[in-house]
Design a protein around this ligand. Structure first.
Ligand code: SIN
Ligand code: MN
Length: 265
């Protein structure tokens, strides 16, 4: 199995800010990870967040810190080798999550840029960081696939807006809810999508989606009767470890273990 991204794939990633690689994990592997995800969704923990109804699980965070299949996956060559290629050198996982996007109830993610959160909340200086998303279910036109604006990671002047403080929540919970704290302005979305058509990241279960920390992305609600679960691992350069911040987020959102990862399988 070839783990390394080709020159062509790397060039596509650089230009578009994302890359889908289909069928990387096999059916049995994905099914086992899906079962682990369900166990995590069903376990009471501050790592879990919920949809606005207060009971549908939206995500569980820090899955790479819990011994099991997701922890093993971050040092799997199929994820770690391309992450090292994209970032350029040694990496560790700054953040991980398994978004649930449940059938008929999974809510939207407004347009945003991930780097805004890591920079403003966690003190990360540079966008030397990449997301590797694993589709635990097929992502289709109807189940709220990730939407991306190609090339938006390279456009200067994208405007961040703060729709309003969520006083009733812990501040970090506002970074994870459907009413996100830092979103991209309507004007910026309009401008960016006028020059590059919005793309849906579609693919079967077991596909990987690599996406840049600055790309403008979001997703609609899940109108289908099938879940759209997606695990996302954020690999940061060990040369880009965040500095101190006044109010550090929990370890399951901004990991304190910055040891360089080695391929284990
Ligand atoms: C989604 O799960 O659709 C959005 C994930 C993200 O923005 O990181
Ligand atoms: Mn995001």
């Amino acid at each position: 199995m070839v783990n390394r991204l080709s020159e062509g794939q790397l060039a596509e990633f650089d230009e578009n800010g994302f890359l889908v690689v289909p069928d990387v994990l096999g059916t049995a592997e994905v099914a086992a990870l899906g079962a682990e995800a369900e166990a995590l969704y069903g376990t009471d923990s501050p790592r879990r967040t919920f949809e606005a109804d207060g009971r549908t699980v939206r995500a569980v965070h820090g899955c790479h810190q819990i011994p099991g299949g997701f922890a093993d996956l971050v040092t799997d060559a199929r994820l770690l080798v391309p992450a090292r290629q994209i970032v350029g050198g040694d990496v560790y996982v700054h953040q991980s999550k398994i978004n649930a996007k449940r059938a008929l109830s999974g809510d939207i993610w407004p347009w945003h840029q991930d780097f805004t959160f890591w920079n403003r909340e966690d003190g990360m200086a540079e966008p030397r960081v990449v997301n590797v998303a694993l589709f635990l279910d097929a992502a289709t036109d109807h189940n709220g696939p990730l939407l991306l604006i190609p090339g938006s990671h390279l456009v200067a002047g994208t405007e961040t807006v703060r729709p309003g403080k969520k006083a009733e929540k812990e501040s970090w919970q506002a970074h994870l809810a459907a009413d996100l704290e830092y979103t991209v302005s309507r004007e910026s979305v309009a401008r960016l999508s006028a020059s590059a058509d919005i793309v849906s990241a579609l693919g079967g279960a077991g596909s990987l989606l690599f996406f840049d920390s600055r790309i403008v992305h979001g997703s609609g609600s899940n109108m289908s009767p099938a879940d759209r679960r997606m695990a996302i691992f954020t690999y940061n350069s060990v040369d880009n470890v965040p500095g101190a911040v006044a109010a550090p987020r929990p370890d399951f959102l901004a990991a304190r273990d910055h040891s360089p990862l080695q391929v284990t399988r």
